[in-house]
Ligand binder design. Structure first.
Ligand SMILES: [Zn+2]
Ligand SMILES: [Zn+2]
Length: 403
């Protein structure tokens, strides 16, 4: 056990809790999170960090140069944005912004990353190489990580090469207290939004033969999409299609002109993602045409597959077990069909994302409210562990790489 790092993290806990609660109470959406950025800058102002930010987002990268010479570089990432949803936790530091909530735990991610910065700055003399702390807005569908990459904030341009490794943690309320989990290869899915508009010709509901009714055609498309998933795609490289919204019509005796279907598609490989997009277009267009109607398919690009480098995962598993004991790490058997824009970083830099269980000790974690729930809670007593793990990953990677 790395007693020093864990003890230091415990000592830094009050600061992390204060920062997390301040961010929780003032959640922000999207690519511009100035209040959160200012809180991060203020909390870390006393540390010897070089800061860079802008121009596309309020994302920040703080660089710590180790005192033991040049060597490798490692990036640690925490996302900063919240979700457009009400909060119903009843906490005394609950959101003061109506309709905005930190329901994905990004407030805790920022606090743990700030904690890791504190820990690593205190040991900077021992570090060979540099650590980049990435505070990123716009994770919840806004492609914040891609903007920060394109702005060159992570490296790969004027700021030198990209880092040699990248790590991130994501809290999980539906996991045992303090458990760290991950897997090599695909961890999270690629996610794209689907919109299918079936264009027909409306009229009186008693005379459907004089119309081109889009409603039964839309229903046929919804059903056929499920056959598409099970009949055309290998179950060992799974895809998911969910139509979550159907809009059509205005009265019981009116056939509408059009019906709109909205939903999501998920895939775990770029090949299946591409083929699923093509198949949805072909299927919707074909079914509509068979009935003499037209279907316009729009696919809004979401995040790519989050792929964890096997060497980085094995390294992270070793660090987690070394620091917190053999039982601290769990290898996930299967990917999760959620999506995450840290995927963009992992497309360019070998690394891994790990989950951290933040249920309260003794809670029925299988049935507690998960991320994106109005009642989602984080047990703050796990945050020192997260900060120590991030710091431990960075320190050991600079010492010995993934080996
Ligand atoms: Zn989320
Ligand atoms: Zn999240």
């Amino acid at each position: 056990m790395d007693v020093t790092l864990i003890d230091a993290a415990r000592a830094a806990a009050p600061g992390m809790v204060t920062l997390r609660r301040a961010i929780h109470a003032e959640p922000e959406l999207g690519l511009h999170t100035p209040l959160t950025r200012d809180k991060v800058r203020a909390a870390l102002a006393h540390l010897p960090l070089d800061w860079r930010e802008g121009p596309s987002t309020t994302g920040l990268v703080a660089t710590l140069k180790g005192g033991a010479g040049t060597g490798r570089s490692v990036l640690l990432r925490g996302d900063m944005d919240a979700l457009p949803m009400p909060e119903e936790t009843g906490l005394d530091f609950a959101s003061r912004m109506p309709g905005v909530m930190h329901a994905c735990g990004h407030d805790a991610h920022v606090a743990m990353l700030a904690g890791a910065a504190e820990l690593l700055c205190a040991r900077a003399d021992l570090l060979k190489g540099e650590v980049r702390f990435m505070f990123q807005p716009g994770e919840e569908g806004w492609h914040g990580a891609r903007f920060m990459l394109d702005d060159g904030l992570l490296g790969g341009g004027a700021h030198g090469p990209l880092p040699d490794a990248a790590f991130a943690l994501h809290v999980m309320p539906n996991a045992p207290h303090g458990l760290i989990a991950g897997r090599a290869g695909p961890l999270l899915a690629a996610a794209d939004q689907i919109e299918i508009v079936v264009e027909g010709r409306g009229g009186h509901a008693s005379m459907p033969h004089q119309t081109l009714d889009p409603v039964p055609v839309a229903c046929e498309i919804v059903t056929a999409l499920q056959s598409l998933v099970t009949r055309r795609f290998d179950a060992h490289d799974p895809v998911v299609v969910t139509i979550s919204r159907i809009e059509a019509g205005s009265a019981h005796n009116v056939i509408p002109d059009r019906a709109t279907l909205k939903g999501t598609m998920r895939a775990l490989s770029p090949e299946h993602r591409k083929r699923l997009r093509e198949s949805i277009r072909q299927l919707a267009g074909g079914i509509a045409a068979a009935h003499g109607l037209r279907a316009d398919v729009t696919i809004l690009e979401g995040f790519p597959v989050t792929v964890c480098d096997p060497a980085a995962v094995a390294f992270g598993e070793g660090v987690a077990r070394e620091m917190f004991g053999e039982a601290a790490f769990h290898r996930l058997e299967a990917p999760i069909m959620g999506a995450e824009d840290f995927a963009y970083v992992l497309e360019k830099v070998p690394g891994a994302m790990f989950f951290l269980g933040v249920s309260h000790k003794g809670d029925d974690w299988q049935n507690c409210c998960g991320i994106h729930s109005t009642k989602m809670m984080v047990d703050e007593s796990v945050m020192p562990q997260g900060a120590a793990l991030l710091a431990g990953l960075a320190e050991r990677f600079l010492e010995r790489g993934f080996g």
